[in-house]
Design a protein around this ligand. Structure first.
Ligand code: GUN
Length: 297
């Protein structure tokens, strides 16, 4: 047996199509154009690439894109003042402040200043609490993408054994909350977990989000399990050429798993697609309209 290889690029394209279709209905029926503001402080090259892609995909989906590029030496107070202006701007439905921020700026303070109903990343404490208590929240984009993918593959996830490797605020914890809401039996395993291989091998759904290249080996995976690899690790390849690998040893695990996401081309492309989805959800909620079906947790 060899696993079905999940095409994350194709799945992200279907999410973007759903977003674009919903946007055109909002424009036609309600004169409403969802808008996403992205704030980049400094010129981190990886962040530059993300921000450019976000702007391009936002416009392609028919939405308004507002980009704010500030110099690296921007004072925290000035960034907070910009966030306050975006909070008050009715054309802006989603706000994303690109992380990491320069060291002199308190990230938690900035995230906490974003209006929760415009928090397109789902990082604000209010959204974390809403998710944890099973209420309507804006959900972090990467776990949301994983959830939409898992629902697409399996339909109902009820009763499935899910193991999340990693306990970050951005992926591990919200992923576990989402799987719990789907009535999975959820375990979070991490660097201190004893016998982590055996814990992982219980999973019907195994989500790896630890940032350790190719950590998950064949004997960590139950035959037929669905393996979602959130890791993106850059390894020095032959001839000094960088090679991207996930947290899963793909070659070793693919013959055991039932379905597996590759790196690159698995989870990665879904993150921006879900950012667009969150912006549409925020725009709908701000206007008393139902959130788009198939694009929310
Ligand atoms: N930096 C890298 N990925 C992300 C993301 O999803 N959101 C934000 N705000 N910053 C990031």
């Amino acid at each position: 047996m060899t696993a079905r290889i999940i095409d994350g690029k194709a799945f992200a394209a279907t999410i973007r199509e759903r977003v674009a279709a919903h946007v055109s209905r909002l424009k036609a029926d309600h004169g409403l154009t969802p808008g996403l503001a992205v704030v980049l402080v400094g010129a981190d090259p990886a962040s530059e690439v993300y921000v450019r892609n976000k702007g391009k995909q936002t416009k392609e989906a028919g939405m308004e894109s507002f980009e704010h590029r500030l110099p690296a030496e921007t004072a925290e107070a000035d960034l907070l003042a910009l966030v306050a202006r975006l909070n008050a701007d009715p054309a802006v439905h989603g706000i994303l402040v690109q992380l990491p921020l320069p060291a002199h700026i308190d990230e938690a303070k900035v995230i906490g200043a974003i209006a929760p109903e415009k928090d397109a990343d789902g990082f604000h404490i209010s959204n974390v609490g809403l998710l944890a208590t099973g209420q309507s929240a804006l959900v972090p984009c990467t776990p949301l993408g994983c959830l939409l993918l898992l629902r697409d593959l399996h339909g109902s996830l009820s009763g499935m054994e899910a193991v999340v490797l990693g306990r970050s605020n951005i992926v591990g914890k919200p992923m576990a909350q989402l799987l719990l809401r789907e009535s999975c039996t959820v375990t979070i395993a991490h660097s201190r977990t004893r016998g982590i291989e055996a814990v992982a091998a219980r999973a019907d759904i195994l989500v790896a989000a630890v940032g350790r290249p190719e950590m998950v080996k064949a004997d960590w995976v139950k035959p037929g399990a669905t393996v979602i690899d959130v890791g993106i690790n850059r390894l020095e390849g032959e001839g000094g050429k960088a090679r991207l690998v996930g947290d899963v040893d793909f070659e070793a695990v693919a013959p055991v798993a039932g379905a597996i996401t590759p790196v690159p081309g698995g989870v990665g492309p879904m993150t921006i697609a879900c950012l667009l989805a969150n912006t549409v959800t925020a725009a709908c909620r701000a206007n008393g309209l139902p959130a788009p079906e198939g694009l929310t947790a």
